[in-house]
Ligand binder design. Sequence first.
Ligand code: C2E
Ligand code: MG
Ligand code: MG
Ligand code: MG
Length: 285
Amino acid sequence: QADSAMYQAKASGRNTFHFYDPEMQAALFARAELETGLQRALRNNEFVLYYQPQMDGNNHVIGAEALLRWRLPSGELRLPADFIHTAEETDLIVDIGMWVLETACQQLALWQRADETAHLSLSVNVSARQFVEPDLVAKTEAILRQTGADPRGLKFELTESLVVTDFVQTAQQMKALRKLGISFSLDDFGTGYSSLVCLRNLPIDQLKIDHSFMRGVLTDRNDAAIVRSIIALSGSLGLQVIAEGVETIGQRQFLSDAGCHAYQGFLYERAIAEEHFSRYARQKH
Ligand code: C2E
Ligand code: MG
Ligand code: MG
Ligand code: MG
């Protein structure tokens, strides 16, 4: 193998520089292909938002989280785990994020115009990369104006592990967005290295308990203690709290006993297309 790599390197001439590690080359190629694919997806409108219901203690839908899906021309549906990382690395997340925000606000405005769905809040995942853009606030304002969405129904979810890179600029933009009426949820809470630093430095309204703690909540004393502490912490700080990844009635019971009254997870529904979500929300009104 090494011999053949050497041979190819020689054969390709002295003025060219190539990697001949076949694995690395394959990875670079796959990434470039994904980047081209994402650009095409934006141009050809291949992205869709799915909506996962958020429930209160009476099994009523109180809102939704918008989750990005990529519908390939072949019909296959790709999940964020396959492409968000590359979108962030290539900065395409900035344009994709704007598409997400605009589409979410269009949807929110429609819900707000119908009695049965007027109360719903909509959570949108916003990448830390988007907060580096100095015009995030201006663009958000423009989208709110165009769509007519009432920003009091809009929530931005930030992932704490990504937030920490630039506290000052992130906090400034958050404060400006908050003045517009948007609120903030700290996603995957408990999994970053700096959960408490984020809480101290950023204007947060809600903690979202990471789904990884949910798995052990009934069997693992540490998971149970951590979840109870996060709920207690949100109470002492005057924040809202929601649990994600709720899959069983037992987990839901544990959470409500511990004082958490907002839930999201497969126990209720997965992220589903808008028409299914609207029907679900009207049923569980
Ligand atoms: P997240 O924001 O923490 O979203 C929750 C993820 O958990 C979603 O995966 C959801 O489908 C999944 N989930 C919900 N309920 C359950 C459950 O009961 N059990 C389990 N095991 N999983 C559950 P999804 O849609 O694949 O999204 C993954 C991540 O991709 C999101 O995590 C978020 O960080 C990111 N993402 C999704 N949409 C966007 C977007 O529009 N913009 C950005 N920047 N990131 C996004
Ligand atoms: Mg989220
Ligand atoms: Mg999460
Ligand atoms: Mg996550």
